[in-house]
Ligand binder design. Sequence first.
Ligand code: ADP
Length: 488
Amino acid sequence: MNIAFVSSEVVPFSKTGGLADVAGALPVEVAKLGHDVKVFTPKYGTIDEQKYGLEYQGWIGEMPVRVSGIDHPTHVHKSIIPDSEVEVYFIDFPPYFFRDKIYTDDFDEADRFILFSKGTLEIIQRLSWKPDVIHCNDWQTGLLPLFVKDNYNWNKLFHHTATLYTIHNIGYQGRFGKETLGKAEVKEGYFINFGEVEHNGAVNFMKAALSFADIINTVSETYAKEILTQEYSSGMDHILNYRSQDLYGILNGVDYNAWNPESDEYLPHHYSKKNLAGKLKNKEFLCKQFNLPFHPNIPLIGIISRLAVQKGFDLIARSLDYLSHLPCQYVILGSGEDYYEDMFRTFASYRPEKAASYIGYNNELAHLIEAGADMFLMPSHYEPCGLNQIYSLKYGTVPIVRKTGGLADTVKDWDERRSMGLDDGNGFSFHDYNGFALTDAVERAINCYSNQDVWNKIISNGMQCDFTWQHSAEKYIELYQKAIGKVK
Ligand code: ADP
């Protein structure tokens, strides 16, 4: 199969979140399974061209891409995803992509990603490469399935091209004013009330994709079910229920080259499932780094997160007093909303023997916390997939999570599994979104921690879980085939 993978961020070139990780890993795994995958992404000013060996594609030269009736002179560069043969094509139009940030609140945000979507199809035409599937991701590529079916339908190259659209987070939809129709050259007919691209009076890029993509998926099976409900769909439940026969969930994989306690370059002490001695030493090192008293027998609970309501910090806020009286310590790494940054700063300054925090983004510390903490707390309100709980399992850091989205698909509650006569639990989870349910799960974890045999079993169950990309890639190939089946 020929697969075009279109993403507004790709590791290692650009990243704001999990989408970039998927875009840097999944195409490589799909290629390993014998398919021709090409990746398409914008050339942001922040990308280090020298480091990543971007090559200008002189043979394409100036490539006009029409937005708002103007042919914008774009250019194309090419590189590969490191340690692979997967080609990455960069769409270069400095007035749009040479900005401080990948995503902006600027007046022309819609224009930027219209140009990206159309530019991708323009490059594909110049390559004379017939894609069997165009795999689109998140709102930035939301208009692409419509362009394939309509604006670019004149070109035979796309006559049998199927589209797959992946939702990485339904909270971000790309909503713009009606004038966007003209900018993108999208027919007014799609903008009638409840039309294909209309939602609450706005042009909605994600809705366009949900209307026109042949197959839709999201990044965990549970999230695929949740987004059919009003509570989790951010207004997309009608169209998703209409398309429910074409909606799937595939859990993301993780990169165990970067996240493995046996080889992690950031850890002072490596360890494995068979020999956990290094884990305790990492805990001691972590406590020193954070100026926390080191207690080998008191559980240390880690948090690494964007500090946003989505991640359940309102629940923690409500329960903080109670949590601060439990026999455990906390180490928090995060940045985001001021309220929660202040909350954790204050907690750490009032209870320095109990809690420490680092407000900011720090990848090295993230690795150290995963290794040094005994438990990892992630009480998300919603979680499309989630990475940290998966890393935690591999690091023997028992996750305590809310049972939602990808958290529900990766963490099995120890007590719940015991009540079913099974001893394969790898963490603790709670369902109801309230402080009592949260603190109950934390207390259950703390109680188990004091029983060495039980705790070691939970750790061991987690460390043997395997969420490699290969498994997910095989499932994506099945979806590509389903999508192709729909356009035949
Ligand atoms: P989301 O993409 O919704 O933020 P995920 O759990 O899918 O949540 O992925 C978050 C990623 O970002 C993880 O790799 C996590 O380690 C990392 N991360 C989040 N906050 C920080 C931070 N303050 N410092 C370092 N890494 C962070």
